[in-house]
Design a binder for this molecule. Sequence first.
Ligand code: PMP
Length: 449
Amino acid sequence: MVNREKLKLQYQKEMQLFEANNPKSKELFIKAQKSLLEGVPMNWMTKWAGSYPLSVVSAKGAHFTDADGHDIIDFCLGDTGSMTGHAPDIAIEAIIERVKKGITFMLPTEDAIFVGEELQKRFGLPYWQFTVSATDANRFVLRLARQITGRPKVLVYNWCYHGSVDETFATITADGKVGPREGNIGPQVNPAETTKVVEWNDIPALEAALKDGDVAAVLAEPVMTNIGIVHPDPGYHDALRELTKKYGTLLIIDETHTMCTGPGGYTAAYGLNPDMLTVGKAVASGIPSAVYGLSEEVAAKVIKAIDKELCDVGGIGGTLAGNALTMAAMRATLTSVLTEEFYQRNIPLTTRLMEGVQGVISEFGLPWNTTQLGCRTEYWFSKVPAKNGSEAAAACDFDLDQYMHLATLNRGILMTPFHNMALVAAQTTEADIDKHTAAFREIVKNIID
Ligand code: PMP
């Protein structure tokens, strides 16, 4: 259906348009190359569609303004870090108040207690700790799991992403074994030594991997979101919980993205019962921070296993973790931003966005599908939604992806960079969504026969 010649031509046209529209961002990018590696603060920013990333000046709610003065509808929202909407008033007020009174002490503030109690209510786990990033939260729970089970391995799903956590950059290789994921930079050991990998939704494979009794923990997003949105089959979570219990493996649920499902993430919405839970990104309205929760049983074992005299150099750290600023931001975010009402408003809007895209897919008879999880939706280049990471990966189409992102951006709409994913924020409007639907229709029409 997609005409590759047209795609190539249109992509070139969109590139020219991008360059013509964004001279100031270009100028800043050229200047940045003199002091920043490849002209960007983080290497993955080179991957944005267009020949350089847009330079942002300011943002509020679901829009931002770039250096060339464009008003852009933001469906990327910092890949969930700003799922709250940019600069939410109540969180900003709390942040400013706190900053005036000191940011970081290595001592607790009362806000931390409020946050702990709120997390308890939302996710059901009794004890909480704080980190600087979701990556750190995942690293630390894997360490704790190995420590208290005395087992060497962890299990993750093929094509998962849990941040830059060494053990998780493993994949099922062509010969069915485990090896480093393509692009894995300088792994200290072959992740086959640390990690088992199975396909999402494959219960027999999960049991086969767990039954040797050497797996400390399964680390799972409750719905895969980093290779498209891949939902669990009915009953998969029950099987995952039963099998992990049966073989003495801890279950860690990573809610960093799936927090888009509701106030207590997918865990509360679907009654999951993990031993440990991590969540980051949006929990403090974008102030770098994350949390991990522990069950009663795990907490008791952790307390026993950690030596007080050595705990500051035990591999679980972060001088800035749990500081006064992040606690104030988290308290305000959980009380006043990521509320029940937030989800009640945004989930139907997300459905509108998905239906708009689905309408165009149906109109043109394209072999593409759409999925939704709470206030997150995505379109994917396969006829039916994937059942696991490999199926989803097989439908990736880099050229098409780049074109869709670039052409959308040229029409004033930012999608999440490495997916065709959109998040709806508190201030996203129906008009924003309908603008996306119209742009999507136009750019698709330009590349099909
Ligand atoms: N967990 C999941 C599910 C993620 O998608 C990500 C990042 N995309 C992380 C953890 C890591 O987050 P961070 O890069 O903020 O540490």
